[in-house]
Design a protein around this ligand. Structure first.
Ligand code: HEM
Length: 395
């Protein structure tokens, strides 16, 4: 086994460098081409970047632990607060059962008309108005106006949600210059969470439902507080950045936009292709609980394994012409929401937010144009912080 491991290729370019974070796709291709299992020196990880290996690893929770952390530094991985993303086995199943309750399609359906009306009104105010920043005016609009209300935190918490979310995702990366600030912001979230009283959370909201799980003995008080993170931290930036990608992809390809307008039933396919093509979560990691075989290589117990969702979704072994955004493609097998027991608990909400945005645009706009976006610096997320855009009316 030793000789097998020592012959594994290293990828020597730093995937977490600002340059690679800004323009990652050529690096992903280079790592895929090096082999199914590749090593990095810093962080010291085994990288799985091809589709089959990433999918198999996501579906192997008995061999690969999330409870030992899914990030790339020991501070974030040993954070101690139980949460659904970083837990295993029975605890994970219990936390997840409670967290997904309000996020299931049958529960979310009731919110669709409300979200649809909100975004339709917002689009109306932007059509034929001239240039604007689509990240601010469209992508951030529903999460900050509506989702924070459904989550239910008091006003002061809502205002800080975006900062907490961005800091969390950046803090999963290796600890590099500048990341201390993220840990300070995260400490702010923890002390907010510790001091928050259930009574201060809006009755009937998603966060408040967790109190019921404590009362019925399904979760401990500490677990319920940790589970609250599941609504606050991964629900905002992810959907915001995914909407930015979808808008950008449609605006820069007028043929596909016309196709979507001609057949609005393609909206759901467009959303899936959008998250495949431009995966918002770049990567997470797992710790090998036992020796783990990937494509004939045995990765030793105790090793940290990097799973590059964004690369798997561009793997030419799985998707033909993968760099092309093509809404006629069957993208249902994508891994942008993960796969297996830890797959995204909020994917139906994310889909719904993106679908109602597309519906409103299809109804009201004939022409979308976009300028050059700016990629935000984040060690786990890929997306834009600005996207210049213009909408012109259908009339
Ligand atoms: C386009 C938007 C989104 C993307 C791309 C995304 C992506 C992901 C991915 C890749 C995972 C898997 C993590 C793993 O393998 O360890 C995940 C898990 C998770 N996501 Fe999302 N997500 C999105 C939106 C949301 C929303 C809106 C919510 C909450 C309302 C949410 C809540 C969660 C939770 C709680 C988990 C952990 C599930 C578990 O470990 O069992 N996500 N997400």
């Amino acid at each position: 086994m030793q000789s097998q491991l020592s012959s594994l290729p290293f990828y020597d370019f730093d995937l977490f460098s600002p340059a690679a974070l800004q323009a990652p796709f050529e690096h992903y291709r280079a790592v895929r081409d090096l082999g199914p299992v590749v090593r990095l020196r810093d962080p010291d990880v085994y990288v799985l970047s091809r589709y089959d290996e990433v999918r198999d690893a996501l579906q192997a929770p008995d061999a690969l632990s999330s409870g030992d952390g899914v990030g790339f530094n020991e501070v974030i991985n040993r954070r101690g607060v139980p949460n659904v993303l970083m837990s295993d086995d029975e605890q994970h199943r219990r936390l997840r059962t409670e967290v997904v309750r309000p996020l299931l399609p049958a529960q979310l359906k009731q919110h669709r008309p409300f979200l649809r009306n909100l975004i339709a009104e917002r689009i109306r105010s932007l059509v034929d108005r001239g240039p604007f920043d689509a990240m601010v005016e469209i992508a951030r609009f529903l999460p900050t106006q509506a989702i924070s209300e459904l989550v239910g935190l008091p006003e002061e918490g809502r205002a800080a949600m975006l900062d907490w979310a961005a800091a969390t995702f950046n803090a999963f990366g290796p600890r590099r210059g500048g990341s201390e600030r993220d840990f300070e912001v995260l400490a702010g979230w923890r002390s907010y969470l510790g001091a928050l009283k259930w009574i201060e959370i809006r009755e009937g909201s998603w966060a408040r439902m967790l109190e019921g799980a404590v009362a019925s003995g399904k979760l401990t008080e500490a677990e319920a507080r940790g589970a609250l993170s599941a609504y606050v931290l991964p629900s905002l930036d992810t959907t915001i950045l995914a909407k930015g990608h979808l808008l950008h992809n449609l605006a820069r390809d007028p043929r596909q936009w016309r196709m979507l307008r001609a057949d609005p039933a393609l909206a759901s396919a467009a959303v899936l292709e959008g998250v495949r093509h431009s995966s918002v979560i770049r990567w997470f990691s797992r710790l090998a609980r036992a020796d783990y075989a990937a494509a004939g290589t045995v990765i030793p117990q105790g090793a940290r394994i990097m799973l590059v969702y964004a690369s798997a979704n561009r793997d030419e072994r799985k998707f033909a012409d993968p760099d092309r955004f093509d809404l006629t493609r069957d993208a249902r097998a994508h891994l942008a929401w993960g796969s297996g027991p830890h797959s995204c608990a909020g994917l139906h909400l994310a889909k719904m937010e993106m679908e109602v945005m597309l519906e409103a645009l299809i109804d009201q706009c004939a022409v979308l144009t976009a300028g050059e976006p700016h990629v935000v610096h984040n060690q786990s997320l890929y997306g834009f912080d600005t996207l210049p855009m213009e909408l012109r009316s259908a009339a």
